[in-house]
Design a protein around this ligand. Structure first.
Ligand code: TMP
Length: 204
């Protein structure tokens, strides 16, 4: 098995948690499981700022740069060292979330250029080998999220926002077509697992 970097992403309620649990069982200690925002000590401190319920809410540009700052820490302190040791790294969310949520969801058209620049600088040497995007219709995802204690300020935004985020993930996947796969999250869980594993196995 060789080192490789995978991202599992998608709108809240698309079933990431279930699928990541499956991968943990399947890969065990051979893989490093991590998440964003966070994944490294200083990145976790940034996460607590991003996840805090605060009034007034963070300025959208602050939000955007904090996600990138946390990611730079995560990449340098955790992801690159693991890849260098030949580990398989699986991240729950990555820059696909920033594209979908901050650039498309928040309609920050003007920061799109910044997004690609931050990406080029931050991800040098650790471009994901594959983005696995779990895609679900907004209503179905909302139903699955309903009553979850982990529901946050992003999940609570309205349907139009959620629809833009979903479209943002699909657009991102299309752009990276050779390094992204979209799996319909409403398929039976075993089928989602099968498709996900088929893609991972080819790359490790
Ligand atoms: P979670 O760890 O519970 O999924 O919470 C992270 C929240 O942050 C989630 O609502 C998605 C959001 N997020 C962004 O808006 N942009 C990003 O770049 C990332 C990584 C997460």
């Amino acid at each position: 098995m060789k080192g490789a970097f995978f991202v599992v992403d998608g709108i809240g309620g698309a079933g990431k948690t279930t699928q990541l649990a499956f991968l943990k069982k399947k890969l065990g200690k051979r893989a490093l499981f991590t998440h964003e925002p966070g994944g490294a000590p200083r990145a976790e401190r940034i996460r607590s700022i991003l996840k805090a319920e605060q009034e007034p809410q963070l300025d959208p540009l602050t939000d955007f740069f904090l996600f990138w700052a946390a990611r730079a820490e995560h990449v340098g302190a955790r992801i690159l060292p693991a890849l260098k040791k030949g580990k398989v790294v699986i991240s729950d969310r990555f820059d696909s979330s920033t594209f979908a949520m901050q650039v498309r969801g928040d309609r920050q058209k003007s920061i799109e250029k910044l997004f690609w620049q931050c990406r080029e600088h931050t991800l040098a040497g650790c471009e994901p080998d594959l983005y696995i995007i779990l895609d679900a219709p907004i209503a179905a995802a909302r139903k699955r999220r309903h009553g979850r204690s982990s529901e946050d300020r992003f999940d609570e935004k309205n349907e139009a926002y959620q629809a833009r985020v979903r479209a943002g993930y699909l657009e991102f996947a299309k752009r990276f077509s050779k390094r992204a796969v979209v799996i319909p999250a409403l398929l039976p869980p075993q089928e989602v697992q099968r498709r996900m594993w088929e893609e991972i196995e080819k790359r490790i």
